[in-house]
Write a protein that binds this ligand. Structure first.
Ligand code: AHG
Ligand code: MN
Ligand code: MN
Length: 334
């Protein structure tokens, strides 16, 4: 008999043993995983599946949408709208919330997602992914965008899927971080790592260096000290990696440590950063914390930031604890 543990079995056992996954949340996670398999198939087909290229439309953030941004968004909505586990969804690619249509039963959960993360990497065959976050709808009639505006510490599940050389699903329900690898022959996600841990220290950082001239003083100081290597105040050499897909960069950090920075910068001073709080920073921040790392906006734990709007942006520093704490200290000293 195979000792392989499928995602389905893992979730059933979590529900049975620990009781912290209610049946509706288990269904939700299974449905999200199924949607990931569908997206993964389209990603793998590349030019043969009609998923490459621009859709020639703009989203609410003023970014040009790729065909795959829209396809992945539709796959996630279609998969999730009829199961009875959700009240509404919100996505990077939709201006407002998507309320589950009246013809389907409404559940108590709210699902947020970045349907396709790393859009600039789609056409060049580099790892991309999807990110999701689950909240509980506050009590009361109906559902509104206001119901989504909860800080990240209210999440009940979060995860991402990387579409890379392997398709891997990584998730937390607040009891550590588990990783599942898609077995294409079986068509199921198989548990391949449990209790993932981000080392407290690292010698690897991830930042888009081309923005250096726009950074503020604490970020300049931190990176400058890393670049001085053995001869500088850190007394050790650092390596740099930047995939340009947050999922891939965070996946590397969850696997072997590191620190990821996407700070506020002077290019668009009225925006608090590039990345979005509710469906990028919050789920990734919670996963990293669950793996023993830290996630901060420089001044505050990301999970404590009170969102003011659905598509709110935030500065992101996450990964190995001692590096994130150091960056936060540089902010407090500035
Ligand atoms: P998205 O494709 O969902 O818009 O997200 C892209 C994000 C994130 O994945 C990545 O870390 C960052 O943008 C890359 O930004 P640069 O283009 O500045 O490298
Ligand atoms: Mn993204
Ligand atoms: Mn996206």
């Amino acid at each position: 008999m195979s000792k392989k543990i499928s995602l389905t079995r893992y979730l059933v056992e979590q529900q049975r043993m620990d009781g912290h996954i209610p049946a509706q949340l288990r269904l939700l996670l299974e449905v999200v995983a199924r949607a990931c398999k569908r997206i993964s198939l389209t990603v793998n087909k590349g030019a043969l599946g009609g998923g490459l290229g621009s859709a020639e439309t703009e989203n609410i953030q003023g970014e040009m949408q790729k065909k795959l941004d829209i396809i992945a968004n539709e796959v996630l909505i279609e998969a999730n709208e009829w199961g009875g586990h959700l009240a509404a969804m919100a996505s990077e690619e939709m201006d407002g919330i998507y309320i589950v249509p009246n013809r389907y039963p409404q559940g108590e959960y709210l699902l947020l997602f970045d349907p396709l993360d790393g859009s600039s990497n789609i056409d060049v065959n580099v790892s991309i992914g999807m990110i999701f976050s689950v909240l509980i709808k506050p009590e009361g009639p109906g559902v509104s965008a206001q119901d989504f505006l909860q800080p990240g510490n209210q999440q009940v599940a979060a995860g991402y899927c990387v579409f890379g050389p392997q398709t891997t699903l990584v998730l937390t329900v607040g009891d550590g971080v588990a990783m599942f690898t898609l077995d294409r022959e079986q068509g199921s996600f198989i548990l391949t790592a449990e209790n993932m841990h981000v080392p407290d220290d690292t010698q690897e950082f991830a930042i888009n260096m081309s923005n250096m001239r726009h950074w503020d003083a604490p970020v300049k100081r931190y990176i400058d000290e890393c670049l001085q290597g053995k001869d500088g105040p850190r007394g050790k050499d650092f390596n740099m990696r930047w995939v340009g897909s947050m999922v891939a960069d965070v996946h590397r950090i969850l696997t072997r440590g590191g620190v990821f920075l996407y700070p506020w910068d002077k290019r668009e001073p009225d925006k608090p950063g590039k990345l979005r709080l509710m469906y990028e920073a919050n789920p990734m921040g919670w996963l990293i914390e669950q793996a023993g790392g830290a996630a901060s906006n420089g001044k505050q734990r990301i999970l404590e930031v009170q969102p003011g709007k659905l598509h709110e942006r935030v500065s992101v520093f996450l990964g190995s604890k001692n590096e994130v704490q150091r960056i936060a200290r540089y902010y407090s000293e500035a």
